[in-house]
Design a protein. Structure first.
Length: 451
């Protein structure tokens, strides 16, 4: 039934504008919008920024959603008001990295009879960090994907005195968590071990080569099996998070050469898992996709279990193992109690659509209240210009943005120098999770990398 069906009244028709930036957030926003009831009409806008996806990445990100690549409209941030005026959405899903939500939300929040503002995360957000809540303090509803995430984010919001609604939604690109069927493809069609690469971890070149060596060893032991290193971006393509060492480039470092059945491929993860017998990763939401399909999984713990490795959410899952076990082909299935608290709560527990409908209905009675920014206010207009420049990079058209960027970088260098001096004097260790500050594309401070 289409949104224009005569069985639906005008009052029941709803419009959602999805505003996205990077490949991960395009995938999540489009997939989440595709789970809305049929009386919602959705439109997708990709904002121009240093991390906007290529045409090929867009095809991959929109696979399996209601959107075709031609549906994705690319606009400059300054043109967003015109889009909103023309579409008149009841709600806007800000499918953006946290610092970009902070830039975009205020211009929508200040509109007369503004739409409901929704934000969220496309991947793993445990441990929940307060900065992620602060970035989204000017949105009405934050969509999360597990009972545990909701608990931790509500606790952070309470400590920050930020009164926000948090909605629960099954990760939209997972198979039905109620069924979690065993792999249904014929055994002869399932020939692959898939390694899901993650842009941020492991970080060091030597660590990545070690992973490739273990995959190559497994490939040599199992010549009948393809071992697929699944990457999200090709050389030169942007990602949500910067990847310093590309796996395709590192294949040349393998001591014993490249086995014929070890390959590097891009493309939609769902296509790779359709041919998979198992999945291995250091940290990736692809592990959840594999679990949903009933596939065995191995989470590599050779580099530790820590927030820096973005893998603490998997503690208690029973999925951790070493690269020696990867070589030997020993994979695992997740613990049932862990599943219930982490991403596999069952779709009947999802409440985000109901919360969204409640906000939309409230908006039709009285205008929604203003959502004031209450954190990180030092710097005023110069800080706001700096934050915009940080996210837009070369797409920022403002003179103040260029000036603030130069001043901001200089200030941050001084602050970092003072922090290093303090750590030297006190003996404090360097923080494990370092965030690059020198390029707008790297701006994701205070949030866990997602995949």
């Amino acid at each position: 039934m289409s949104p224009s069906s005569p069985l639906l009244t005008d009052a029941a028709s709803r419009r959602l504008l999805v505003v996205a930036d990077s490949d991960s957030y395009v995938k999540w926003g489009a997939a989440l919008a595709s789970t809305l009831p049929v009386w919602w009409t959705s439109r997708l806008v990709v904002l121009q920024s240093p991390v906007m996806p290529s045409g090929r990445q867009l095809v991959d990100a929109l696979a399996g959603t209601r959107f075709a690549p031609a549906d994705a409209e690319v606009h400059h941030l300054d043109d967003l008001d015109v889009v909103v005026d023309g579409f008149d959405p009841h709600a806007v899903l800000l499918s953006l990295r946290g610092p970009f939500v902070r830039v975009v939300a205020p211009r929508l929040e200040a509109r007369e009879a503004r739409p409901v503002l929704v934000s969220g995360f496309p991947g793993l957000t445990i441990p929940a960090v307060k900065k992620a809540v602060i970035y989204r303090e000017q949105t009405d509803l934050v969509v999360l994907h597990s009972r545990r995430e909701v608990r931790e984010f509500r606790a952070n919001a309470a400590e920050l005195a930020i009164d926000r609604r948090f909605g629960l939604a099954t990760l939209p690109f997972l198979s039905s968590s109620e069924a979690m069927p065993a792999a249904s493809a014929a055994a002869s069609d399932r020939t692959d071990l898939v390694f899901a690469a993650q842009a941020k971890v492991p970080r060091e070149r030597e660590e990545r080569v070690r992973v490739l060596e273990a995959l190559a060893a497994h490939a040599r032991r199992n010549p009948e099996r393809r071992v697929v290193v699944k990457v999200r971006a090709r050389r030169g393509e942007a990602q949500t998070h910067y990847e310093e060492h590309d796996y395709a480039d590192l294949l040349a470092d393998l001591a014993d050469g490249i086995p014929a059945n070890l390959v590097v491929e891009d493309g939609p993860m769902a296509e790779k898992l359709a041919r998979a017998t198992a999945l291995v990763t250091a940290s990736s939401t692809a592990a959840l996709e594999a679990v949903a399909l009933g596939l065995p999984v191995l989470l590599l713990d050779d580099f530790g279990v820590s927030p820096a490795m973005i893998n603490t959410v998997f503690e208690g899952s029973g999925l951790f193992g070493s690269m020696d076990e990867l070589v030997e082909g020993r994979f695992r299935h997740a613990d049932a109690a862990w599943l219930a608290d982490n991403y596999f709560h069952g779709r009947d527990a999802d409440d985000w659509v109901g919360r969204l409908h409640g906000l939309v209905e409230a908006r039709e009675i009285v205008p929604l209240p203003r959502l004031q920014r209450r954190h990180d206010l030092v710097g005023g207009a110069l800080r706001t210009a700096y934050e915009r420049r940080r996210m837009l990079g070369r797409y920022d058209r403002s003179v103040l943005g260029a000036a603030s960027w130069a001043a901001g970088l200089a200030a941050r260098v001084v602050v970092r120098g003072l922090h290093r001096l303090r750590r030297r004097l006190t003996g404090e260790r360097e923080p494990e999770l370092a965030i690059a500050i020198d390029t707008p594309a790297s701006a994701n401070a205070g949030e866990q990398p997602v995949r």
